[in-house]
Structures are given as structure tokens and as C-alpha cells.
Design a protein around this ligand. Structure first.
Ligand code: NDP
Ligand code: 2IT
Length: 446
């Protein structure tokens, strides 16, 4: 019965979302794994919950016209998918990358519902973005794009309605320009965006939060496997916001980060990545990771991002983008003795990669649990904004630490409760689903 309800919902989904491959992949993973939940608690599938959960509340698509530095007119497409607000105002990042399509935003918005639910904080799920690519654009171009983007978006968002933040291609600079335009249009200075710089309304630790949270979450996974961070060789894909601060925290708890990547290739540094050098290259200079190998003796650069999984390591943290680790990547990790994989990015491991890790008994931390520290700290930023106060770094960091530990506990307990101890995918999906479904049932059919 439960199995057939899930199958019916998925069949409808395929029919209604042709070509939306990533969204189908994300929905399939969640619905496919919660069958044991529906068997034990059939009341949670009442009132068309499954069908309503996989249909976004609202999807907005708009044109973003702007002038580049030569005076030429450019046109991009903007998106905001407000997926579900049963638990609180819509919340989720904005992604600016040339690959962004409606499919991308739907998959990310869907994942965000369950991730936000796992934080136990009052947030619904949403995502947005554009196919605009900030790489190689001047500050003026980025500013004009952000102003035009916000001129459309502002009417759909608000501190109690929908609170966007950063994601790929959107960091403190973009959030600043977006906020500046929102403030002009709405004439209010509220917490309508998170990821603001701390000197004008942002929260300390928000920039570091996703990476730090990932390392706190992985520490619990390691402990369950009888390991601890100290001395472990670690491979981290990406070198953006999540990857950099995962590397920072991993190093500070004694791990040695031996490889990092960007979309062009990866660096291998047997002495352990020099975080400060990497941060200067990627965050301050917005340069390619290749520059690292030129400035650090003993480090090697290899063309091709996917080769990073061939670097031997005990822990692998994919922190770049979706489907970046495929079956071959997972097999390479298994062959070199990897003992743990935790996702810093959203859906970075393909279903085949996850199957290989599972078959080889490698503990796996799914992104919607392991990378929830960023959005959790966004909520802490919203809380400070609405109270007009500013917490210290230690205050925010210790709250983040507590939240990541509670997320791990929920995943572990839900996996046990629903009959698959250690299966953190089931645990995360089940714990998130139960919370969202109960709220939807209480709020009636809409
Ligand atoms: P950034 O833009 O700061 O960094 C992205 C990194 O991934 C860069 O190193 C980029 O390389 C690389 N990358 C992007 N696209 C590709 C690709 N197609 N192939 C290989 N590498 C690629 O983004 P974030 O660090 O913020 O986000 C990384 C991941 O983490 C995403 O999946 C995001 O959704 C997720 N996430 C982000 C959170 C946040 O708070 N920022 C919170 C939770 C999850 P290059 O420099 O060459 O572009
Ligand atoms: O994927 C994510 O959780 C984010 N990009 C962060 C979202 C947020 O609202 O802080």
C-alpha cells in the first residue's frame, strides 16, 4: 500500500515534470526512502500529502535585463521557487551560474524543505537564482545585474514571507548589492536576506557555517565508526564558500586536507592545503585553483575536476556541486581505502555513487543533514536581525555546534526507529518528512 502510494506519486511527478532530471532525482531519493515511514505511520500520507509535497507552492520566472561595461544589453533569466512554507517563511539560497535552469532550482528548493525541517527551526523551503555567471564580470556588472534581478524579485519576498541567501556564485558581495536594491524599493532595513556582511547586519559565523557544520556532523559519523578527525587525510572538492571553511575547520581539528578543486581541475598538496593561501586565491582574488600550485612548493595541479576522487584519503567531503561524484569516483575512493563520505554540496553524489559506497559499508552523510549548518545559521542571523542584537562569534558557533549534533541525533534515531540503523539517508528524509507532513496535515488542504 505505502509502496504503491509512493509509486503513484512518482509516476505523476514524471508526467508533470518532463526533462526535469535533477528534480526527479531528488524527489525519487526522498520518496523512495520514506516507504518504511509510511508503513509505520500511514496517517502521514493522508490528504494527498505526497502529491502536495512534490508540487511547489509557487514558481516565479522573470527576465533580468542589464547593461554590461561596453554598454551592450544582456538578458538573463531569474527564478524563485517557493516550495513549501508549512514550517515557517520560505528560506533558501540564490544560485548564479550559467548552468541554472528551472529544474536546478526545483531540485534545490525541494531538498531545502527537508533540510530546513531537520534544523528544528521555523523555516519553509525555497530556492532561486539565475543563469547569470559572475565569473569574469566586473563589480559594476555584478551590481547592475543584482539591481535588475532584485527589481523583479522584491515583490515576492519579505522578512516574514521569503528570505533568500547565497549559494553558488552568490556571496557577501552579491548579497550586498541585492540588499541595497531591496532597501531602495521597499524602504525598509529588515532581515530580508541572510549572508549579509557582519558589519552591516550579517551574523558572525554565517560565512563559515556550512563548512564548519559539515565538520561537526562528520565528527559524529567518525565517532560512530570508531574514528576521530585528528590525523585523517581528507579530500574536499570545490574551493568556494562551503569547501574553504570545511577545510579551515578540518585542519583546526587535526585533519590534513590533501586535495581541493574548482570547476577546471584539482590541486594535490601532500603537506596539507595551506588554508590562508587558498582563501586569498579563491575568496580575495577570485582566481583559479591552479594558481595555488604555482605559489606553494610541493603542490601539484591536475586538469579535470573529477580526478580529485582518485587522491587517496580517509574522508571525502564533496563540496562543489550536484552529481560531481559518479560511480567511478566512488569506486576510486573505495579502492584507496576511504572510510567516510559526507556531502557539503547539495546532491553531489549520484545514486550509483551512493550505491557503491553503501555496498562497501562506507558511512554516508547526506547533504540535507550534513550541510544544514549554513541555513541554520541564516536563521540565527534572522533572529538577531529581528531582535536588533548581535551575538559574538563564540555564541553563534556554539549554537551551530549544538544544532549539527541534534541533526545527527535525529537522523541516527529515525534510521533506527524505521528499521535501518546507520542509514542516514533514510534517517534524514524520515525525520524531515515527519515534521513537514505533520504541519501540513494540521494546516488543511491547500
Ligand atoms: P561557491 O560559488 O562559493 O563555490 C562553488 C565551488 O564549486 C567553486 O569552487 C566552483 O568552481 C565549484 N563548481 C561550481 N560548479 C561546478 C561544476 N559544474 N563542476 C565542478 N566544480 C564546480 O558555492 P558554495 O560553496 O556556496 O556552494 C557549493 C555547494 O554547496 C553547492 O552545492 C551549494 O548548493 C551547496 N551549499 C551551499 C551553502 C551555502 O551556505 N553557501 C549551504 C549548503 C549547501 P569555480 O571556482 O571554478 O567556479
Ligand atoms: O543550500 C543551502 O542550504 C544554502 N544555500 C543556504 C540557504 C540559506 O538560506 O542560508
Amino acid at each position: 500500500m505505502s509502496q504503491s502510494m509512493v509509486q503513484d506519486a512518482l509516476a505523476g511527478l514524471v508526467e508533470r515534470n518532463p526533462g526535469h532530471i535533477e528534480f526527479l532525482q531528488a524527489a525519487q531519493e526522498v520518496l523512495g526512502s520514506i516507504v518504511p515511514v509510511l508503513v509505520k505511520r500511514p496517517e502521514l500520507a493522508r490528504d494527498g500529502i505526497l502529491e502536495r509535497l512534490i508540487e511547489p507552492d509557487r514558481q516565479v520566472i522573470f527576465r533580468v535585463g542589464w547593461f554590461d561595461d561596453t554598454g551592450a544589453i544582456r538578458v538573463n533569466r531569474g527564478f524563485r521557487v517557493q516550495f513549501n512554507n508549512a514550517l515557517g517563511p520560505y528560506k533558501g539560497g540564490l544560485r548564479f551560474h550559467s548552468s541554472v535552469r528551472l529544474d536546478t532550482i526545483k531540485f534545490l528548493g525541494f531538498e531545502q524543505i527537508f533540510k530546513n525541517a531537520l534544523t528544528e527551526l521555523p523555516m519553509g523551503g525555497a530556492k532561486g537564482g539565475s543563469d547569470f555567471d559572475p565569473h569574469g564580470k566586473s563589480d559594476g556588472e555584478v551590481m547592475r545585474f543584482c539591481q535588475s534581478f532584485m527589481t523583479e524579485l522584491w515583490r515576492y519576498i519579505g522578512a516574514d514571507t521569503d528570505v533568500p541567501a547565497g549559494d553558488i556564485g552568490v556571496g557577501e558581495r552579491e548579497i550586498g548589492y541585492l540588499f541595497g536594491q531591496y532597501k531602495r524599493l521597499a524602504n525598509v532595513h529588515t532581515g530580508v536576506l541572510t549572508g549579509k556582511a557582519p558589519h552591516w547586519g550579517g551574523s558572525l559565523v554565517r560565512k563559515e557555517a556550512t563548512g564548519y557544520g559539515l565538520v561537526y556532523f562528520a565528527a559524529r559519523m567518525l565517532a560512530a565508526a570508531g574514528l576521530e578527525w585528528d590525523g585523517l587525510d581528507t579530500v574536499i572538492s570545490g574551493s568556494g564558500n562551503v569547501a574553504l571553511y570545511a577545510a579551515d575547520k578540518a585542519e583546526s581539528v587535526g585533519a590534513r586536507v590533501v586535495a581541493m578543486s574548482d570547476s577546471h581541475g584539482y590541486v594535490y598538496d601532500p603537506q596539507g592545503i595551506d588554508f590562508h593561501l587558498m582563501r586569498r586565491i579563491k575568496e580575495d582574488r577570485r582566481d583559479r585553483i591552479q594558481a595555488y600550485a604555482g605559489e606553494r612548493s610541493g603542490a601539484e595541479y591536475h586538469e579535470g575536476a573529477e580526478g580529485i576522487w582518485t587522491v587517496p584519503c580517509t574522508v571525502a567531503l564533496p563540496c562543489a556541486t550536484e552529481n560531481e561524484m559518479d560511480e567511478a569516483g566512488a569506486r576510486a575512493l573505495v579502492a584507496s581505502g576511504c572510510r567516510l563520505v559526507a556531502e557539503g554540496a547539495n546532491m553531489p553524489c549520484t545514486p550509483e555513487a551512493i550505491r557503491v559506497l553503501h555496498e562497501n559499508g562506507i558511512p554516508f552523510g547526506p547533504g540535507k543533514a550534513a550541510n544544514a549548518g549554513g541555513v541554520a545559521t541564516s536563521l540565527l542571523e534572522m533572529a538577531q536581525n529581528s531582535q536588533r542584537i548581535h551575538w559574538t562569534f563564540d555564541e553563534v558557533n556554539s549554537r551551530l555546534y549544538g544544532i549539527m549534533n541534534r541533526i545527527y541525533d535525529q537522523c541516527r534515531e529515525a534510521a533506527e526507529h524505521f528499521g535501518k540503523p546507520g542509514d542516514l539517508i533514510l534517517g534524514a528524509n524520515a525525520a524531515g518528512f515527519v515534521r513537514v507532513a505533520r504541519a501540513m496535515l494540521a494546516q488543511g488542504v491547500v
